[in-house]
Design a protein. Structure first.
Length: 158
């Protein structure tokens, strides 16, 4: 069973950027579910504005953050200016490996992404567990109804 964002009703995929909203998981940005998190976006602007942050494999071109046309308060998705390929995951990988970021910050970026993926995985597991429990409850209810029907027929015979 798929987990859906309660805000946009889209399926939440393992690569989506999510947040915990009380007892539920929601997209950070439903219009761009795989966008950089606000924290990743700020780190990119603060530490990586003066060097290449991604390479488009299809075009074999490297880009600086400023060449990708996103501003700190605008969209947090990045596409190749030549072929339109989504470069967001490449930029995310850059944040984990960038030598310009302090080691502690790189570690925290990596841990935050891993925690996000674990949250999504656990949500999927809980939904699957709930689905199994619902099916067991339905089977038990059907068995109970069958027992009631048999008992009613026996009572009608006497």
């Amino acid at each position: 069973m798929d987990i859906r964002c309660p805000l946009c009703h889209q399926v939440i995929a393992p690569d989506d950027t999510v947040k915990s909203d009380g007892f539920r998981v929601t997209h950070v940005d439903c219009r761009s579910p795989r966008s950089l998190s606000p924290e990743e976006h700020v780190i990119l602007h603060v530490y990586c504005s003066d060097h290449a942050v991604t390479e488009c494999v299809a075009c074999a071109r490297s880009f600086r953050q400023s060449e990708l046309g996103s501003d700190p308060f605008g969209s947090r998705t990045y596409g190749c200016l030549h072929c339109g390929a989504d470069l967001t995951e490449s930029i995310r990988a850059h944040l984990i490996d960038c030598a310009m970021l302090p080691e502690e910050l790189r570690r925290r970026v990596k841990e935050a992404r891993e925690a996000t993926q674990m949250l999504i995985k656990q949500s999927h597991e809980l939904v699957d567990c709930a689905d199994v429990l619902i099916r067991k409850a339905e089977a038990a209810l059907a068995a109970l109804n069958g027992t009631r029907e048999r008992a009613r027929r026996i009572g009608d015979q006497h």
